[in-house]
Write a protein that binds this ligand. Structure first.
Ligand SMILES: Cc1ncc(COP(=O)(O)O)c(C=O)c1O
Length: 367
């Protein structure tokens, strides 16, 4: 077996020593539950969570009380879809850039209540067409497609949607965008934004949900840690945000690795020149059809005459880890006119040698 060449950061990012060490240190030396104890370790866990929340808030230009820890982007989207008002008159707007995780929770909720779903236009180069955004009550915006890797102009998109309906609720899926670009939720002026921590070099099982106006929404999950008081008549008085949205024990170990993950990412983003180099090489290969553009954050392609699963198996046997299939993004594949694609995505740890080795294995597989 060859050395592993990991080119699948968009599925999940490899972890740095700093993240692993922080988590091991928490597990070995600092482990205690939060919000439940008055011993020194429990207080230190509370403090660790508060510091991490403040770091996340600074990372996306928000306040700490607007940062809710969830289990990931999917969990955040499902939470929001159940939290917002939906009725038979609701107009949901989505786009074909969406990942199943962003669109399906809202589609299911709106269809259940007999509301209507609209799909916004894309431009010829598959970006959300800002000039033709229709009236919507709820708008799911994918900030960067996990298939095409192009940052959308979220600020302008939201501005255009608000011109049509000032009360539209905007939900931004930043699961891919967060890896490559600075997020500023205040500038975007979105109502909600979510990303998964494992895609920025932290651990699985943890996500960040930004809620612009936490006081406007009631929680959908109930349990420990979110209740300030249960009255004699059993009425609940809830804690303020974010605790009211975080019923149950948080993924403490994963949270303990989040500050180093953000620090690493801010210091060292993936070098997209590697993608440009790969693009320039792949377009020279006759059977390869590149579907993403040269400036994208990842590279997506198909091989004429070869099923993507066959390609994945053959390249996998040479030690290359990448993603093949529909990437949980059926709609953009439909638009591209293919059932599946092959995706190369990189982390800051990838080098030009990884790309050169991949190209030589690819030539071997497609010849
Ligand atoms: C754009 C996008 N949105 C949402 C998700 C879902 O993330 P998770 O599975 O971590 O909840 C992904 C994961 O691939 C993604 O790429």
């Amino acid at each position: 077996m060859n050395k592993i060449i990991y080119l699948d950061a968009a599925a999940t990012y490899q972890k740095s020593d700093a993240v692993v060490n922080a988590q091991v240190d928490f597990l070995l030396n600092k482990y205690a539950n939060a919000g439940r104890g008055i011993c020194a370790r429990a207080i230190a866990t509370d403090d660790m969570i508060a510091r991490t929340r403040a770091r996340v808030a600074a990372f996306i230009n928000a306040r700490a009380d607007q940062i809710v820890f969830t289990a990931g982007t999917t969990a955040a989207m499902n939470m929001v879809a159940n939290m917002i008002p939906v009725s038979a008159t609701t107009k949901l707007l989505v786009s074909d850039l969406d990942h199943h995780s962003a669109r399906l929770p809202f589609e299911m909720q709106v269809k259940k209540k007999a509301g209507r779903v609209f799909v916004c236009n894309l431009t010829d180069d598959f970006n959300i067409d800002v000039d033709s955004i229709p009236v919507a009550d709820v708008f799911v915006i994918t900030a960067m497609s996990n298939v095409l890797g192009v940052p959308q102009d979220v600020e302008r998109i939201i501005e255009a949607a608000r011109q049509k309906n000032p009360n539209v609720l905007t939900i931004v899926d930043a699961a891919q965008f967060v890896v490559h670009e600075k997020i500023d939720v205040t500038k975007w002026n979105c109502d909600f934004m979510a990303f998964s921590v494992h895609k920025i070099g932290g651990d699985t099982g943890l996500g960040v949900l930004y809620v612009k106006n936490p006081e406007r929404f009631a929680p959908v999950n109930f349990g420990g840690g979110m209740v300030l008081k249960i009255q004699d008549n059993d009425d609940l008085i809830l804690n303020n945000s974010p605790e009211k949205f975080e019923a149950g024990t948080l993924p403490l170990t994963q949270i303990s690795g989040l500050i180093p993950a953000i620090d690493n990412l801010e210091k060292n983003r993936p070098d997209l020149n590697l993608i440009k180099y790969l693009y320039d090489e792949l377009i020279k290969i006759k059977k390869v059809r590149v579907l993403s553009n040269r400036n994208a954050a990842l590279l997506t392609f198909v091989v004429d005459g070869m099923h993507v699963l066959d390609f994945g198996t053959l390249i996998g046997a040479r030690g290359v880890c990448l993603r093949v299939g529909n990437m949980c993004a059926t709609w953009i594949h439909r638009r591209l006119g293919v059932d599946g694609t092959i995706r190369v995505s990189i982390g800051a740890y990838n080098t030009i040698d990884d790309i050169k080795s991949f190209i030589s294995y690819l030539k071997d597989v497609v010849k």
